[in-house]
Design a protein around this ligand. Structure first.
Ligand code: CP
Ligand code: NVA
Length: 303
């Protein structure tokens, strides 16, 4: 049994399989072909933080593959009344075939997985957001080609998305140019990477964007860090992806953002709504690639 708790839980050849599977599943979906490999399977989705894309993509995806879902939040389950996560895992995993969790500490997700009888998927933690990077790389492949050898510029917070990009770079063989304000740097140990050659740090975000194939950013304040909002607004003021930064990247560079976005903060409206932005494809691809992931975790390789 496999869990998907962080990007490095799968190997490069498993990613190659998953991206190809996502392509096939997406094509069938676009052609209205019925595909129900997960009939009679149930996905439990546990949300301890808000969500639009993750909820819709997992829920719609499971139904479209013939399965069903149970949606739990902290407020409407015993999770919010301090039932131990280990006990919750033992119970939920006796009733469901697969579990997706969005929570705070990665350690809580890991504790759930350690006591689960069924595969567990990370739907975002403070440390990682692997399903989003899966969708981002599928989007890059669709618009360009393999991401191997390419340069991704990360402009902004050294957060869950940044950490996951670094893990992906290590596994799939590309480089991340990271520029964060002082005090918000990526911590390679927390990010769980050992190959220091897969990323470079830049003080100036414009320098990070020079020659990049893909420029990407995220909110200045992630969920759970709202108390730091004011300090972050000041610290991140120069970390707004604008037309000048996109002009420093390669002429064919793409812009990505996991969404939700704040126009005028981490990205200008001109960039996110402009011709280099692929954010809507990126969001849609959550659906297709996670269907591939759920199929892989439950049924293994097809064909
Ligand atoms: N990108 C992403 O995970 O979006 P949601 O918070 O809406 O799920
Ligand atoms: N870094 C953001 C991503 C939201 C999808 C957060 O954790 O809130």
């Amino acid at each position: 049994m496999k869990h998907y708790l962080q990007f490095k839980d799968l190997r490069a050849e498993e990613y190659a399989y998953l991206f190809e599977r996502a392509r096939i599943i997406k094509k069938r979906f676009k052609n209205y072909e019925k595909y129900h490999p997960l009939a009679d399977r149930t996905l439990a989705m546990i949300f301890e933080k808000a969500s639009t894309r993750t909820r819709v993509s997992f829920e719609a995806g499971m139904y479209q593959m013939g399965g069903s879902v149970v949606h739990l939040t902290t407020g409407d389950s015993q999770l919010g009344r301090a039932e131990p996560v280990e006990d919750s895992a033992r119970v939920i995993s006796r009733m469901c075939d697969l579990v997706m969790i969005r929570t705070y500490e990665q350690a809580k997700l890991a504790a759930f997985a350690a006591h689960s009888r069924v595969p567990v998927i990370n739907g975002l933690t403070n440390e990682f957001h692997p399903c989003q990077i899966l969708a981002d790389i599928l989007t890059y492949i669709e618009h360009r080609s393999s991401i191997q050898g390419k340069v991704v510029a990360w402009v902004g917070d050294g957060n869950n998305m940044a950490n996951t990009w670094l893990q992906a770079a290590e596994i799939l063989g590309f480089t991340v140019h990271v520029s964060t304000p002082g005090g918000y740097e990526v911590d390679p140990q927390l990010a769980g990477i050992s190959n220091m050659g897969c990323w470079k740090v830049f003080k100036d975000p414009l320098d990070a964007c020079r020659g990049a194939d893909l420029v990407t950013t995220d909110v200045w304040t992630s969920m759970g860090y709202e108390a730091e909002n004011e300090a972050r607004r000041k610290a991140f003021a120069d970390w707004c992806v604008d037309a000048e930064m996109m002009a420093a990247a390669r002429p064919d560079a793409l812009f990505m953002h996991c969404l939700p976005a704040h126009r005028g903060e981490e990205v200008s409206a001109e960039v996110i709504d402009g011709p280099q932005s692929v954010v809507w494809d990126e969001a849609e691809n959550r659906l297709h690639v996670q269907k591939g992931l759920m199929e892989y975790l439950l049924l293994g390789r097809i064909g």
